[in-house]
Design a protein around this ligand. Structure first.
Ligand code: CMC
Length: 372
């Protein structure tokens, strides 16, 4: 009998040379390199290049790639107008989705070709840096700007958001952008692949991905985890809160559990390191203490079922300490993930060119007589 696989669990739809995950042992690598080592030693654009082209760039390749990204930091007027004219309460990720969607509308007579699409990628990376930093700016009541190129993507981005920043925060956002860049094919990347498999354009595929990123079971988890810490308020309240919400009301503890990992998410190590380094104010230290206590309790309770902390448990603390409000967390994830999604789209379309078209087993009515 044909059976369905709910949530497409254990269904494989592509081969990939991009990201290796060993969920039982908590190992994750991009093109063979350990994720935490890349986060510590490389820049976002080096790792983007690695994902897209297969090898870390030499000096000349890196400088060309960076120049192409930097040449695309100035947004066209129609994008700036969309950014200015959406209502003030618009969701940050929704704004990103809308601007990308507007860009896709002018991909006329689009036909996939390896050359054109790889050329388009630095344009997308430059545009997206500018869109996301300006989303932060308009939501903070600041004017839209054209970002000025800094020493790397992370510095350009933070300077565009905050007008000035420091090296510790640049290192942290650079690492976060690398750690979130790819994760094999979760919901958002799969959504992009479905669209790309129809040979639709890159921007339309990204719109599909961004919409799938929004929910709290996926991209919204960093925001969800951080909201829990705010609701708990004090380290003393962790235990009573956990007992009431998680044990009695059976709510899910956001930031715990993963479809693939049955142990700690390997990216957690770096995020925890930056959360420790950047939490300096009494409020930040309080949140960090709440998080650590909650993690301990969560892992003690759910660890025996293979449910451990995932990367989103601590990433919000890092984003907040850098200066970003809750509403930006999923959008920062999006900024990073777009690079990985582009690499997957390229890999899928170049190698396989197979339309993704699963089946559903019909279990509705048999033939019925039509009557009003
Ligand atoms: N808190 C409490 N119970 C949990 C949790 C959790 N965070 N996660 C899973 N479970 C339980 C769940 O209740 C179920 O129990 P039972 O078998 O008794 O009904 C069992 O574990 C299996 O859960 P599932 O939802 O069927 O498994 P899944 O593989 O679909 O779950 C998940 C993956 C991420 C949706 C889930 O762990 C979850 O909801 N976590 C909280 C949200 C979260 O942190 N999401 C971020 C994921 S990492 C970022 C990404 O890659 O997108």
């Amino acid at each position: 009998m044909t059976e369905i696989s709910p949530g497409l669990e254990n269904v494989y739809i592509k081969y990939t040379e991009l990201t290796y995950i060993d969920g039982d042992n908590g190992i994750m690598r991009y093109r063979g390199y350990d994720i935490n080592e890349l986060a510590e030693k490389s820049s976002f654009e080096e790792v983007s290049y690695l994902m897209l082209f297969g090898e870390l760039p030499d000096e000349k390749e890196l400088s060309n790639f960076k120049n192409k990204i930097n040449n695309n930091l100035k947004l066209p007027d129609y994008m700036k107008n969309i950014l200015k004219n959406l209502p003030g309460e618009a969701d940050s990720l929704g704004i990103l989705q809308t601007v990308l969607s507007a860009r896709s509308s002018i991909e006329l007579n689009y036909k996939y070709s390896e050359k054109n699409d790889k050329e388009l990628i630095p344009e997308i990376l430059g545009n997206v840096l500018s869109i996301v930093s300006n989303i932060y700016r308009i939501k903070s009541g600041k004017a839209i700007i054209d970002p000025i190129p800094g020493k790397n993507y992370a510095e350009t981005f933070l300077n565009a958001c905050f007008d000035k920043t420091d090296d510790q925060k640049i290192d942290a956002i650079d690492a976060a952008l690398i750690l979130y860049m790819d994760h094999e094919i979760p919901a958002s990347t799969t959504a992009a692949l479905v669209t790309a498999s129809t040979l639709s354009d890159m921007y339309s595929s990204l719109v599909s991905a961004v919409t799938a990123l929004r929910g709290p079971l996926h991209g919204g988890a960093a925001e969800g985890a951080y909201k829990q810490f705010l609701e708990i308020k004090t380290p003393e309240n962790v235990e009573p809160w956990f007992k009431k919400n998680i044990i009695e009301d059976k709510k899910r503890l956001i930031g715990l559990g993963h479809r693939v990992y049955k142990t700690y998410d390997p990216r957690l190590k770096s995020f925890k390191k930056y959360a420790d380094k950047l939490s300096v104010t009494p409020e930040q230290k309080n949140i960090l203490e709440i998080a650590k206590k909650l993690e301990e309790l969560g892992v003690k309770t759910f660890g025996p079922k293979g449910i451990y902390t995932n990367t989103d448990f601590y990433s919000g603390i890092v984003f907040n300490a850098i200066g970003f409000p809750l509403d930006m967390f999923t959008t920062l994830f999006g900024l990073s993930r777009i690079s990985g999604i582009l690499a997957h789209i390229t890999e899928y379309v170049e190698k396989q060119e197979k339309l993704i078209r699963p089946r559903a087993i019909y279990n509705g009515y048999d033939k019925r007589e039509y009557k009003k």
